[in-house]
Design a protein around this ligand. Structure first.
Ligand SMILES: [Zn+2]
Length: 227
């Protein structure tokens, strides 16, 4: 796997839930716009901030909605000029897509754990991630030292060292976020490793997904969870 780069700004994409997304070519149809997206290489990993500020946001928003509704047969919970909400009943998950390409998928279980903050809610996120560190020698040294010593490293510091702070849509969602050494039994002793694409850190990361107030209200109303 090559270092993921945003097709809009060409900077690295770490793959944070709520900040980044992946737009696969299997979402595409066969119209002129879709062929243009292919020829312009306007697909793949991207920052949600870049997508919603770009001319591709509206196009991709419509393609994601069409796929979830017509191919995956998600149930349409709500639709107006601004938002589409689609429901995967089996996964207990709701996808919300805004007209400009902003999108979020929210599991009922995590929505119930939401914490109110200014203008929205924070939902807990935990997953494992491989993050490439090529060209950031000081970061590699610092990360290796921190993860081997006390086992954690601030996510905010990693994002800053990679030069990606200004690509965050919701900086508050990674405040207090951490990287931790993987705890599964076969996890490598050294969290920093090298493959064909360079040096990477393999770690469990914890942070939050930010859900704006208007989306949270729609979820409460249409999914039926109590506030
Ligand atoms: Zn970008």
């Amino acid at each position: 796997m090559a270092t993921p780069k945003c097709f809009i700004c060409s900077q690295q994409v770490v793959g944070l839930n709520g900040q980044d997304t992946v737009l696969d070519t299997f979402f595409l149809h066969s119209t002129r716009d879709d062929k243009l997206a292919l020829s312009e290489q306007a697909f793949g990993e991207c920052h949600l901030l870049c997508l919603t500020e770009s001319a591709w946001g509206v196009f991709w928003g419509s393609r994601i909605v069409a796929n979830l509704r017509d191919v995956r047969k998600y149930r349409v919970l709500f639709a107006d000029d601004e938002y589409q909400m689609l429901r995967n009943d089996i996964a207990h998950e709701t996808s919300i897509i805004r007209w400009d390409g902003w999108m979020a998928s929210v599991q009922d279980r995590l929505f119930e754990e939401r914490r109110p903050v200014a203008d929205g809610h924070l939902l807990p996120v935990h997953h494992e991630a491989r993050t490439y560190l090529n060209g950031h020698d000081d970061l590699i040294t610092g990360l290796r030292g921190a993860l081997l010593a006390d086992g954690t490293y601030p996510l905010k510091q990693l994002i800053a060292a990679l030069g990606l702070t200004d690509r965050l849509l919701y900086p508050q969602a990674i405040e207090g976020g951490t990287l931790r050494r993987c705890t599964y039994s076969s996890a490598p002793k050294n969290p920093i490793a090298i493959d064909d694409n360079g040096t990477f850190v393999m770690a469990e990361i914890s942070y939050s997904q930010f859900i704006p107030d208007d989306v949270a209200r729609m979820l409460i109303e249409h999914v039926g969870k109590s506030p």
